[in-house]
Design a protein around this ligand. Structure first.
Ligand code: DC
Length: 231
């Protein structure tokens, strides 16, 4: 038996550990995921950015936001580049564009289209690499990485989340009003939770953490503590 054959048969591929951080919009998942990833030297996957990219492309291309064929066409061959918190597609930087509220609403609509979710599965799973991955989204622990080593479901009161998003938008100089943000967030929560395919629900084995009254530091510390307890 050749060395190659021996290696192939007896050395199973080492699957990188995954920490899944799911939760509703503006629950702080992104910040927490980035900081946990940095603390551990892991890669980070912002899966919401993928749905936002499709939402942005659908708006710009006038593509039906509930039509599977058009949306899967946008997803085919999608190769976003993530670097230092910035995102490019086809050489165009879209870091700021995908954070717009209209793009967030479009992302929530396209995310309800099951064939699009399937089309994005492989791209997400390919981000899994050693020494590990922290993935944030809605279905990281339930669908994309059901074998994640740690699953965290981060929640926060919707009023608190709307205020956080309001502050973020103000800091960036974007126009926004709190009541409109709050209503949009409630609608998005409702759509994300009630969709048939991969709804926003905690995995049965997820650790639920309410960040309404916690600082980002405290949430990061709790996640790292849970993770080290499992390692
Ligand atoms: O996390 P976010 O706000 O960037 O996500 C934008 C939208 O994308 C959100 O309304 C629902 C959708 N989404 C999803 O359905 N599944 C994911 N894993 C991530 C995001």
């Amino acid at each position: 038996m050749s060395m190659q054959a021996h290696t192939d048969i007896s050395t199973p591929a080492v699957l990188a550990p995954v920490i899944a951080i799911d939760g509703p919009t503006a629950s702080g998942k992104g910040t927490v995921a980035n900081r946990v990833a940095r603390a551990l030297g892991y890669a980070c996957l912002d899966s919401g950015a993928l749905y936002r990219i499709i939402g942005l492309l659908a708006i710009e291309g006038g593509v039906d936001q509930s039509g599977a064929d058009g949306l899967c066409g946008l997803a085919a061959g999608l190769a976003p580049v993530f670097e230092d918190g910035r995102i490019w597609i086809d050489g165009r930087e879209i870091t700021e564009d995908i954070r717009r509220e209209d793009v967030g609403a479009a992302a929530s609509r396209v995310a309800a289209v099951a064939p699009l979710r399937l089309a994005l599965l492989d791209l997400q799973r390919r981000q899994r690499r050693l020494p590990g991955l922290v993935a944030d989204g809605r279905d990281m622990g339930t669908v994309v990485f059901p074998d994640a080593a740690l699953k965290v479901f981060l929640v926060a009161d919707v009023q608190v989340r709307a205020e956080r998003r309001f502050k973020q938008l103000m800091d960036k100089g974007y126009p926004a009003t709190l009541p409109v943000l709050l209503r949009g967030m409630q609608e998005r929560d409702q759509r994300d939770q009630s969709r048939e395919f991969a709804p926003l629900v905690p995995a049965p084995d997820a650790m639920v953490l309410d960040s309404s009254t916690l600082t980002a530091d405290a949430v990061v510390a709790q996640v790292l503590q849970w993770y080290s307890g499992r390692a």
